[in-house]
Design a protein around this ligand. Structure first.
Ligand code: SF4
Length: 336
């Protein structure tokens, strides 16, 4: 897809002393992006919807002072961030409720500090292998053309005896990762869905075909590979569409012999998320009708609305069968 170019970039004066800060500024200048030196990002829209839209076109170049990484169970031991938020506007995004009214993107330039913190966590857990997730509060590929940070991380983990990296993305900008020595220490997981869901709800992200193509390239480059099918939605023709999705994956990734993991997540929402989604996307076609759902207690101390038990079981069994029929080398890590 066309690479994201922000409308405006703010630069925290602290980031100027880092080499990556300088590189990003040069990249932005080449793209004619207006750059403002400031400790604060100014976004003054006339409505919450406008604030959201403007924020998704704004980046803030700054530093990450995190010394103690958060746990990231069950997918990894810890999470770290090269950036926060992303240029995508997925209507159901679980970050809607955690990144405030103006979810502008932060890009962290002190990459070597971040890697030092990671190294410390690896050593503290030695001789065990320690896994790190870098996509918990961002899409780690969406801003890579401006930063090159993920490539640096893949190279770091390639040389790490006990550190492993997990990447999750809805973007297809993977070419810079194909020729580097990754040592199979980085696993790519592509968030995938039917073209109907992607086109209707995942605005400003790569299309279905683009993601499949990116997954094929990554598989041919020998990286560990997985797919997250999420959020799985029920709509007219959902069974046919997920069947076609799996048939396409099967034909595109047929030469990959290593294990392919699948993570399956049904669509869910909280009451807070529903309010926010309706403010930002008043014409949304998302099914947010509580009457069609059942309540489930979530790990973050909130009730969420999921499909009723029999529907949920139908989804689980159907998608599991599709995966098992398509890939003898698949493993389903979880359905939730
Ligand atoms: S790409 Fe991921 S992080 Fe970005 S809006 Fe979509 S779901 Fe959220």
């Amino acid at each position: 897809m066309k690479l994201f170019i922000p409308d405006v970039a703010y630069i925290d004066p602290r980031s100027e002393k880092y080499p990556l800060g300088k590189t990003i500024v040069e990249n932005l200048q080449r793209l004619n992006v207006p750059i403002i030196n400031s400790k604060k990002v100014q976004i003054e829209g006339k409505s919450p919807g406008e604030n959201y839209a403007k924020a998704k076109r704004t980046i803030y170049i700054t530093v990450n002072g995190e010394k103690k990484l958060k746990s990231c169970k069950p997918s990894a031991n810890y999470q770290f961030a090269l950036s926060s938020s992303c240029p995508g506007s997925c209507e159901y995004c679980y970050l809607q409720t955690t990144q405030g009214e103006k979810p502008f993107m932060k890009i962290f330039v002190n990459i070597e500090d971040i890697l030092n913190v990671i190294q410390q966590h690896i050593e503290d857990n030695s001789p065990n292998v320690t896994e790190f997730e870098c996509g918990s509060i961002t899409d780690p590929i969406a801003l890579e053309h401006l930063t090159g940070s993920l490539k640096r991380c893949i190279e770091f983990f390639s040389n790490s005896k006990n550190g492993r990296l997990r990447v999750i993305t809805k973007f297809d900008n993977v070419d810079s990762f194909l020729d580097i020595n990754h040592n199979k220490h980085t696993k790519f997981r592509f968030s995938i869905n039917t073209p109907y869901v992607i086109d209707k709800f995942e605005h400003n992200t790569s299309s279905f075909q683009e993601r499949v193509e990116a997954a094929r390239k990554i598989s041919e480059a020998g990286y560990p590979l997985g797919f997250i099918i999420a959020p799985i939605m029920l709509y007219d023709n959902w069974k046919n569409d997920y069947k076609t999705l799996m048939a396409t994956l099967k034909s595109e990734i047929s030469n990959y012999k290593d294990t392919i993991s699948f993570e399956l997540i049904q669509h869910r929402f909280t009451a807070t998320a529903k309010d926010l989604i309706l403010t930002r996307f008043p014409n949304t076609k998302l099914d947010l009708n509580e009457e069609n759902r059942q309540l489930k207690w979530g790990p973050y101390g909130k009730f969420k609305y999921v499909y009723p038990k029999e529907k949920s079981l139908e989804i689980k069994n159907y998608i599991t069968e599709l995966i098992n029929d398509s890939f003898s080398n698949s493993i389903i890590e979880y359905f939730t």
